[in-house]
Design a protein around this ligand. Sequence first.
Ligand code: NCD
Length: 304
Amino acid sequence: MKHLIDIKDLSTDEIDELITVAKDIIANKEKYSKKCERKKIATLFYEPSTRTRLSFEAAMMELGGNVLGFSSANSSSAAKGESVADTVRVIGGYADIIAMRHPKEGAPLVAAMKSEVPIINAGDGGHNHPTQTLTDLLTIQCEKHRLNDLKIGICGDLKFGRTVHSLITAMSRYKNITFVLISPKELKIPDYVRKDILEKNNIEYVETKDMEEYMQDLDILYMTRVQKERFFNEDDYIRLKDYYILNKEKLEKAKDDLCIMHPLPRVNEISTEVDDDKRACYFKQAKYGKYIRMALILKLLNIK
Ligand code: NCD
């Protein structure tokens, strides 16, 4: 049995295979409509979610399976003090696979150590979000037709943004990737990402506060939301929340084939006037999330 806790749990070949399957699903939906008949996914969400939870559920339904779960800690026995380890032991008797989101870093890993069914980390605190990264990789592959030779700008909350940490980890394996890390000094990437991923793999990167400085060079601009729920101090959040707002004017120098991404939800960091720009990929990106999760469910359940 295999779990997906960290994007590093997948080899590059396995990621390529997931992308290939997801593309095949997009092209041949009917072929997959009964693959998970009589299977169930449990979505255990101790933190808010729209896309991640619903796309897991839609993914299982489109594979012919069923879904059960909860969407807030308050509506589960966590409110009575049950541990994550006990909860997954029990749910393993009701479902074939579990997707879990939790505010504590490492909770899905603890769950995986006790679980009798595969566990998927659907976001653990400010740490990791491997299935968003799979979504991002499928988006990049479909929109840019490559995962090598890319200059990737990542803008916003690089400190608490779990999607950022997993994306940098994944992209660092591909050839000729350079990062432009755009954030205020308070929201720079954590040291472990800098040392264990970027420096260890000799990845070229620059850090800047200025979102326009490298705009003309970027192939991808990955915008992120300032992660309000991770701040210790509300004043800091208020001071930093509107630090970056991408609008048409800021895109003037950008390449014609720039791909603008965002894991969503968006607050103010992308002005709605950008939504009609042909370079805006974020709503398409959310759609790709369902297909890559279908591919992932098949893989973890060992269904060909
Ligand atoms: C992200 C998350 O939960 O980390 N959302 C998502 O899963 N698409 C990003 C965010 O909440 O800002």
